[in-house]
Design a protein around this ligand. Structure first.
Ligand code: FMN
Length: 178
């Protein structure tokens, strides 16, 4: 069995200069991703959710996925405490939901078609795919926490075009950015 490892003492090349946040953001922005909304119920029973592009697969057996949450997120305590969460993969037509679930000081769930999943987690209707996850493990790294979820149920129903995120822009199927 492999144990988790961590290296922070690797030797630096002689020409090393610290990576600026600006150049890192620019380079990472070249990596196109899909867009999800991760949802859960907080300890008070209130739905929480945020737009997340850091979603990815980890393992098929067991079925594991990951995403990362900024330490400054107001939803951090809720996601650290919840037993389950859902990853909702947005279609191009759902671009407004991506903006709504990233906005501050609004009801992010207002007007959104919500159902309740097998685990009691809010699910967004009309998405390309949904992953209902057990909150399996969390790994603090830098200014984010990496969440690994065990997929308990998943659905993929739509042939619709995906919502994409590239160079800081949300792109719908016509390639129009927001
Ligand atoms: C396209 C897009 C992708 C995002 N991806 C992430 C992400 O992977 N992780 C994260 O913590 N925040 C991400 N955010 C920011 C959150 O959606 C949210 O705006 C931020 O966490 C502040 O709200 P909060 O304090 O309620 O979490 C993303 C925002 C957008 C628009």
């Amino acid at each position: 069995m492999l144990a988790p490892t961590s290296r922070t003492d690797a030797p630096l090349p002689p020409t090393w200069a610290p990576v600026s946040e600006h150049s890192l953001r620019e380079a990472l922005g070249q990596f196109a991703t899909g867009v999800t909304v991760v949802t859960a119920i907080d300890p008070q029973g209130v739905p929480v959710g945020l737009t997340v592009s850091s979603f990815n697969s980890v393992s098929l057996s067991p079925p594991l996925v990951l995403w990362s949450l900024g330490r400054a997120s107001r939803a951090l305590a809720a996601f650290q405490a919840c037993s389950h969460y859902a990853v909702n993969v947005l279609s191009a037509q759902q671009l407004p939901w991506a903006m709504q679930f990233a906005a501050r000081d609004i009801d992010r769930f207002a007007g959104v078609d919500i159902t309740t999943g097998l685990t009691g987690t809010p699910l967004i209707g009309g998405t390309l795919a949904t992953f209902e996850c057990a909150n399996r493990s969390q790994y603090p790294e830098g200014d984010h926490i990496i969440f690994v979820g065990e997929v308990l149920a998943c659905h993929s129903s739509s042939q619709a075009a995906p919502l994409l995120y590239h160079r800081g822009k949300l792109l719908d199927h016509a390639g129009l950015g927001t």
